[in-house]
Design a protein around this ligand. Sequence first.
Ligand SMILES: CCCCCCCCCCCCCCCCCCC/C=C/C(=O)SCCNC(=O)CCNC(=O)[C@H](O)C(C)(C)COP(=O)(O)OP(=O)(O)OC[C@H]1O[C@@H](n2cnc3c(N)ncnc32)[C@H](O)[C@@H]1OP(=O)(O)O
Ligand SMILES: Cc1cc2nc3c(=O)[nH]c(=O)nc-3n(C[C@H](O)[C@H](O)[C@H](O)COP(=O)(O)OP(=O)(O)OC[C@H]3O[C@@H](n4cnc5c(N)ncnc54)[C@H](O)[C@@H]3O)c2cc1C
Length: 666
Amino acid sequence: MVVASVDNLADERSKAQFDVGAMKIVWAGSKHVFDVTDRMARIVASDPEFRKDNRTTLGRKELFKNTLRKMAHVVKRANELRLTEEEASKLRFFVDEPGYLDLHWGMFVPAIKGQGTEEQQEKWLPLASRMEIIGCYAQTELGHGSNVQGLETTATFDPKTDEFIIHSPSLTSYKWWPGGLGKVSTHVVVYARLVSGGQEHGIYGFIVQLRSLDDHTPLPGIIIGDIGTKFGSGAYNTMDNGFVCFNRVRIPRNHMLMRFCQVTREGNVCLSDVPKQMVYGTMVYVRQTIVSDASWALSRAVCIAVRYSAIRRQFGSQDRGIETQVLDYKTQQSRLFPLLASAYAFRFVGEWLKWLYADVTERLQANDFSTLPEAHACTAGLKSLTTSVTADAIEECRKLCGGHGYLCSSGLPELFAVYVPACTYEGDNVVLLLQVARFLVKTVSRLAAGKKPVGTTTYMGNAEHLMQCKSSASSPEDWLKPSVVLEAFEARAFRLAVACARDISKFSTPEAGFAELSIDLVEAAIAHCEVIVVSRFIEKVQQDIPGDGVKEQLQILCFIYALHLIHKHSGEFLSTGCITPEQATLANEQLRTLYGQVRPNAVSLVDAFNYTDHYLGSALGRYDGNVYATLYAQALRDPLNDTVVPDGYEEFIRPVLKQTMRLSRL
Ligand SMILES: CCCCCCCCCCCCCCCCCCC/C=C/C(=O)SCCNC(=O)CCNC(=O)[C@H](O)C(C)(C)COP(=O)(O)OP(=O)(O)OC[C@H]1O[C@@H](n2cnc3c(N)ncnc32)[C@H](O)[C@@H]1OP(=O)(O)O
Ligand SMILES: Cc1cc2nc3c(=O)[nH]c(=O)nc-3n(C[C@H](O)[C@H](O)[C@H](O)COP(=O)(O)OP(=O)(O)OC[C@H]3O[C@@H](n4cnc5c(N)ncnc54)[C@H](O)[C@@H]3O)c2cc1C
């Protein structure tokens, strides 16, 4: 009997039809980013303090303390090595477990930068940058998360003392979920209803000190703790998501973040001349980072599943000879290669979104708010699309690895458990898609009023054509024409959006129509987001891309991405009349051909992610392919194998056996 050997991966690598080194640079974004990423990944992988293979076996307290140690080590190494911000955040990234540093640097600091006045930034940012204080972001409450305007916590101005009184009026108003709040943070940006002169003025951020800087005990009026163990072993349980109740806690007036709204000494509320949604700016920033990060989580799962599928052999042999690599099965390819293509697609759309975010930020600084609605729709929609696909894909990769995928040592259960809340935090994915839909319906009605759409909705300007066009695809090869693919995607998205707008107008009020048609609206929003991803991918592969065969591989992946979506949503493409059933069949035929073209390159395409074995954290995804020996070694290290005869034998196994013996003698 021939068993799978580690040589499988070497064989696979020898088949690559492209320059893997050049693809690594394309994946990273530039040579500079590649170098930084590679160096930081190696520093983490070689440091025993960052060991993570025991995480799923630790109890909550041990796990949390372990994370505190690692976060402190990140700060220490960043200082010792004099890392730049870019390097430090990569180093932290490869440590690969949620911790309070993320909320401090990822939300607390951006909230102050985005919503604080210059004076406030001068006061708080140096303290935060030196980590003399540790902060978090407390918006969500026990009773309200998605509906920010429904928050109950109040910040009432007291003109007698020149202070705000932060108060939680009910159990449902307790802040609930903020990461870093439960046990670590000394400070928080709390979102609360501003009340002055007996009137409410909307939701704003307030900096509140939570704990003593001397002994870390909660300050008077503050009841605070961790909200409890979360889904999965290890996973997000490294984070102290917390609750806090404020019992009339007083803070100085200048602790309100006052960039967009000022409260004077007398209690007058002065709104600056900017859209009130600017208060939501930190969420827009984080949503954009979540889109960039989706491709990392997705590519990691795909890397594990592709390598293991090349190692794993089942069936297909006569006379107990060598069996077939499961990667050779078309069904395996049809489940796996679209995910590989999606990883590349999300990488490129993430880079583009970073650009869009930088652009809108620059405009906002110059008081140009014109692109804010589009930036909100893009960040919300792409956050929703990429995280939903990634979470589902991680679970699919687990199944693609058969039984071994269910072992923690595959790395996939924990990756799923740690990733899946991304579908909820920073905005529930359905709630965010409804925001996109609202934007689309508005765009369609503006179109009817003769206004030209811009940005990612520019394609809708071609309204007449998009409503009438019929796809010209008459052979499988036609589905390799960017114009044919794009036209189908744009027509489907536009027709769905127009149908929603038309149907809404039949209801007594737009609100009633929007509520009743929300299922269709979500589908229209997804279709629009897919236009963005497909068109960015097409744009990317039309650029000059250095490296032998690199562009060709990316073109193959681009068409797999697009055509698998046509297959997945064939109902919509057909019912909107964008393509015919025959054309759908041709697209499928082309897809099958493309799978065959990816097959010899699959392992090298995941090697291009350049992941260390430490980061992958998977016996199945190891670079050297030594899967079975690693699975066995890790099984032997399980705490249950510490003793040959288990704890509990005397108490619970022996009596049962004795009882059985007695029964058999009867
Ligand atoms: C030395 C060591 C160094 C180490 C370095 C380490 C570095 C580490 C860095 C790590 C960085 C990583 C950071 C990532 C960490 C991620 C962890 C996750 C933590 C999670 C946090 C959270 O979840 S925070 C809470 C998030 N909450 C939400 O997202 C709530 C969702 N709800 C909403 O956003 C809103 O309520 C709403 C949008 C759904 C509805 O709002 P509202 O009721 O006001 O609006 P309407 O629907 O009526 O719309 C009105 C109008 O406003 C427009 N609009 C809405 N939102 C926005 C917006 N954000 N921007 C612009 N415009 C907006 C909307 O479209 C409407 O417009 P109209 O024109 O009127 O139609
Ligand atoms: C791991 C994790 C970390 C978090 N970290 C933070 C943090 O640091 N700071 C912070 O402030 N918050 C944090 N949160 C909270 C998070 O932002 C909220 O959970 C999120 O915004 C969703 O809100 P919700 O829980 O109220 O969900 P809900 O809105 O109650 O959603 C429940 C269901 O209702 C549906 N629904 C809700 N509204 C609508 C609607 N209008 N139309 C159709 N369907 C609807 C949703 O789709 C969902 O299916 C975190 C959450 C998690 C899971």
